[in-house]
Write a protein of this length. Structure first.
Length: 122
């Protein structure tokens, strides 16, 4: 059985969570709070799952699927129906919560000890 939890908090909502929920409802023939007739999928709408930087996201059982598009959700559901476990994590190609595109901070070697301290404190 797969518990599908669609995050509906502001960051996910702004990035398309409602569309993901609609996609799941259409593909599985259920609505939020319902379970498919075969008992395989249950759909819930939940509050923040703590992956806001990777919005929109869905938790399926213990796994997070992040940076989702409608196509991603369709593929994930198809894999689950076929008995395959889709790779969890961001679907955008980035690793974890790194910025989209390129790194914008912490891109140079750290300064030595005492960097930026007032002379009186050294």
């Amino acid at each position: 059985m797969f518990n599908l939890k669609v995050c509906a908090t502001t960051p996910c909502m702004l990035r398309g969570a409602e569309t993901l929920t609609e996609t799941i409802e259409k593909k599985l023939g259920i609505h939020v709070g319902e379970t498919t007739k075969d008992g395989l999928f249950t759909l819930a709408e939940v509050e923040c799952l703590g992956a806001c930087v990777n919005a929109p996201m869905i938790q399926i059982n213990d796994d997070f699927y992040e940076d989702l598009t409608v196509q991603d959700v369709d593929e994930i559901l198809s894999d689950l129906k076929a008995g395959r476990r889709p790779q969890p994590g961001p679907r955008s190609g980035r690793l974890a919560a790194e910025p989209m595109g390129k790194m914008t901070s912490l891109i140079e070697e750290p300064k030595g000890p005492g960097f930026g301290l007032q002379a009186a404190l050294k």
